[in-house]
Ligand binder design. Structure first.
Ligand code: GLU
Length: 311
C-alpha cells in the first residue's frame, strides 16, 4: 500500500470515528457559531510535498477564530523577531481560559502568550502599521499566504462577533492601561475580531499547519512565508497554549504542537512531515472540537507521530 493510500485509509477511518462521537456543544457566546450545523465533520492532511488528503466536509468554510492567532503571531515574529514577541507578549501558558481576565490580573496585565485573546490583541497592536485598515490588510494577506488566496472575511461572522465582543473590548482596555496594547485598543480589538471571522476550509487549515511543518514554506504554493528561525518559537507557543487549558493533556496524549478555535477547527503540526487538521463544531469545556481531537489523535497515533517519542 502506498503511503498516500494509507493516509486516505486513516482519514476515512478517522472520519468514521469522529462522526460516531456525540459529545460537546457548539460555542454559543457568538450567535453565528451557535447556528452552524453540528454534524459537519472533516479531516485533512497537508504533506510537505504538497499532497493534500481529506475525508468528509473538507471544503466547507468555517470561522477560523482562535487559530488566526497563529497567523498574526507568525507575522509579528517576521516583523519584529521572535525574541521581541516573547519579551513584549510572552511564551507561557496561562492555565486559565482563553478570555480570562483573572489571568491578566495575576500577571500584572501581561498576556503571557499571543495565543489567548489578550495576547492576540496585544500582538495585533504590536504590528507595524500606519492605521487600522492597513493593519487588517496585512493580517489578511498573511492568512492567505499561510493557507490560500481564497481566504475571505465573512461579513456575517464578523458582524455577529463585533456586536457581541464586549468582554474582549474590556480586555483591550486593561491591556492599554498597563502599557501592553501598542495601538488604539478599540482598533486592536476590532482588527482581532475580523481576523477571527475569516472563513477557511479544513484543507486550508491543514495547509496552514503544513506551512509550519515545512519550515515556513507553504507546501501548496511553495512560497516561503515564514523564516525557518521562527518555526521553533511558533511551535513552542502552540505546545504551551494552543489547545487552551487542555494543552498539557494534548501534549501528553498526542505529542504534537496544535491550535484550536471555537469555530470547531483544530490543526496539529508534525515537523518535517505534514499537518493534520480536523473540523467539527461541537466543543469540549475548554473550547476544543471534540471530534477534531479524536480524528487527529487516531491518525497521529497510527503513524507514531509524537515529537516526544521519536521512533
Ligand atoms: N473570536 C473568539 C473570541 O475572541 C475566538 C476565541 C477562540 O477561538 O478561542 O472569543
Amino acid at each position: 500500500m502506498s503511503f498516500n493510500t494509507r493516509l486516505q485509509t486513516l482519514a476515512d477511518e478517522a472520519l468514521t470515528i469522529g462522526k460516531a462521537c456525540n459529545e460537546g456543544a457548539n460555542a454559543d457566546y457568538i450567535p453565528f457559531l451557535a447556528s452552524v450545523p453540528a454534524d459537519l465533520c472533516a479531516v485533512s492532511m497537508a504533506c510537505c510535498d504538497g499532497t493534500v488528503i481529506h475525508s468528509g466536509d473538507h471544503d466547507y468554510g468555517f470561522a477560523l477564530e482562535s487559530i488566526s492567532k497563529v497567523c498574526s503571531m507568525s507575522l509579528a515574529m517576521e516583523q519584529k523577531g521572535a525574541e521581541l514577541v516573547r519579551e513584549k507578549i510572552g511564551a507561557e501558558p496561562t492555565g486559565l481560559p482563553f478570555n480570562s481576565v483573572m489571568a491578566l490580573t495575576v500577571h500584572q496585565d501581561k498576556p503571557l502568550t499571543p495565543l489567548v485573546n489578550a495576547g492576540a490583541m496585544s500582538t495585533v497592536s504590536f504590528l507595524d502599521a500606519p492605521d487600522k485598515e492597513s493593519r487588517w490588510q496585512m493580517i489578511l494577506d498573511f492568512q492567505r499566504k499561510m493557507m490560500s488566496h481564497n481566504i475571505r472575511l465573512s461579513d456575517e461572522v464578523n458582524t455577529s462577533e463585533q456586536e457581541t465582543n464586549f468582554h474582549n473590548r474590556a480586555i483591550a482596555w486593561l491591556l492599554y492601561a498597563a502599557g501592553n496594547c501598542f495601538s488604539d485598543p478599540m482598533d486592536a480589538c476590532e482588527v482581532y475580531t475580523r481576523q477571527c471571522s475569516t472563513l477557511v476550509s479544513c484543507d486550508d487549515l491543514a495547509t496552514l499547519g503544513g506551512t509550519l511543518a515545512n519550515g515556513g514554506v507553504n507546501p501548496v504554493t511553495k512560497e516561503q512565508v515564514i523564516s525557518p528561525d521562527n518555526i521553533g518559537p511558533i511551535l513552542a507557543e502552540m505546545t504551551m497554549e494552543g489547545m487552551y487549558d487542555y494543552s498539557g493533556d494534548w501534549a501528553y496524549l498526542v505529542g504534537l504542537p496544535g491550535k484550536s478555535g471555537v469555530g470547531g477547527g483544530v490543526v496539529a503540526v508534525v515537523p518535517g512531515r505534514m499537518a493534520i487538521a480536523g473540523f467539527s463544531p461541537p466543543l469540549d469545556e475548554a473550547g476544543n472540537s471534540v471530534r477534531a481531537m479524536k480524528m487527529i489523535r487516531h491518525i497521529a497515533n497510527n503513524l507514531n507521530f509524537n515529537v516526544y517519542r521519536p521512533c
